[in-house]
Design a protein around this ligand. Structure first.
Ligand SMILES: Cc1cc2nc3c(=O)[nH]c(=O)nc-3n(C[C@H](O)[C@H](O)[C@H](O)COP(=O)(O)OP(=O)(O)OC[C@H]3O[C@@H](n4cnc5c(N)ncnc54)[C@H](O)[C@@H]3O)c2cc1C
Length: 327
């Protein structure tokens, strides 16, 4: 970005210099007319490039322009993601949020850096495990409003590749990242209503969209989330979800499902049922979307429910215009 701005400044200076040289050439070519018209005469005198005042004015102008450029640039967020290149980022901090899930904070190149991830998209992480490069998708739980770092909330599977590798990382270790990736790109005019079905860490892509909708008062999208987990302790980001639902119940609702509910549990129990989807979600229509993210067995069961309820069949690889979109 800085390079582009210096190029712009240089080309402005070259254009200005060329116009000045052309003006001088014309003035010198017609000395009689110049001496008769006092304005042209004054212009010729005041643009004498050998005059110390002109040189001083030029230097002051140049230094001021560069200063303003650097000042504007210093406050600007710098996106770092490159969809064509793997980049390494250092782990700054790790915070456990449950028995098997932690938030990993990675440092970006400068305090002004942001990932630059469009809402709804995700990144790939890569590591060499047993001699093979393994890649998996993750959606940060931090946003581009935060600078200098990004956070990933990752559940460790004992038989997992990347999630297990992540759990062995120490502060200062690096992880390879590439992105943005994915077909989803959320914008307020994407659709009228969204039904979200998330399981476990499948909440992370949903959260990006929920937050974007909630912080934009002009966004009229209504979102209904069904969030499935095994135990109550497994529910990730519950406080944030409950706060959002409490603040604007007409724009966002959340309904939890637990396989092992505690006594007195007021939400759904067992697996997410067809009836719950029918009750909570918008009916099939051209201006609604159903988003899915979670463990493959859960997603397959949900696709069957949705099919029986008359929603469109999802494509193998979901596209933005699909009614049922699986991350
Ligand atoms: C768009 C997108 C965003 C995602 N964001 C996140 C995120 O923010 N945080 C996060 O933790 N994950 C997220 N995931 C899931 C992530 O990509 C990996 O699938 C997950 O971390 C497991 O990878 P792994 O290499 O450790 O396990 P793998 O090597 O793929 O699987 C090995 C074994 O782990 C277990 N396992 C793996 N995945 C699951 C699962 N989903 N449910 C139950 N058991 C499983 C199974 O026993 C499996 O046999 C996201 C996925 C997508 C598509």
């Amino acid at each position: 970005m800085l390079v582009e701005q210096f190029l712009l400044l240089s080309s402005t200076l070259i254009t200005f210099g060329s116009l000045l040289a052309l003006l001088k050439f014309i003035l010198r070519s017609f000395p009689n007319q110049v001496s008769r018209i006092s304005l042209l005469h004054d212009l010729d005198k005041s643009t004498d490039i050998m005059d110390p005042n002109t040189i001083l004015a030029f230097i002051v102008g140049l230094v001021a322009s560069i200063g303003v450029l650097i000042w504007i640039n210093a406050g600007k967020a710098k996106p770092v993601l490159n969809p064509k290149e793997w980049q390494s980022f250092k782990l700054m901090e790790r915070k456990d949020v449950s028995d098997n899930t932690a938030v990993y904070r990675f440092r970006l190149p400068s305090d002004q850096s942001i990932l630059g991830l469009p809402i709804g998209q995700h990144i790939s992480l890569q590591a060499n495990i047993d001699g093979k490069n393994v890649q998996r998708s993750y959606t940060p739980v931090s946003s581009d409003d935060e600078r200098g770092f990004f956070d990933l909330m990752i559940k460790t599977y004992p038989n997992g590749n990347i999630s297990k590798h992540m759990s062995t990382l120490k502060v200062g270790d690096k992880m390879q990242v590439k992105g943005p990736k994915g077909q989803m790109r959320y914008s307020p005019d994407l659709c009228r209503r969204i039904g979200m079905l998330a399981g476990g860490t499948g909440i992370t892509p949903m959260l990006q969209i929920i937050r974007a909708m909630a912080k934009n008062p002009k966004d009229n999208t209504k979102i209904d989330l069904i969030y499935a987990n095994v135990k109550e302790n497994d529910i990730l980001l519950r406080k944030e979800l409950d706060d959002l639902a409490e603040k604007s119940p007409e724009r966002f609702t959340v309904h939890y499902f637990l396989n092992e509910p505690p006594q007195g549990w007021k939400y759904g129990s067992g697996f997410v049922s067809k009836e719950a989807i029918e009750e909570k979600f918008p009916k099939p229509a051209d201006d609604i979307k159903i988003l899915l993210c979670g463990p493959p067995p859960m997603i397959n069961a949900m696709k069957k429910h949705l099919d029986e309820l008359g929603y469109e069949k999802p494509n193998t690889i979901s596209k933005l215009h699909d009614q049922v979109f699986s991350f």
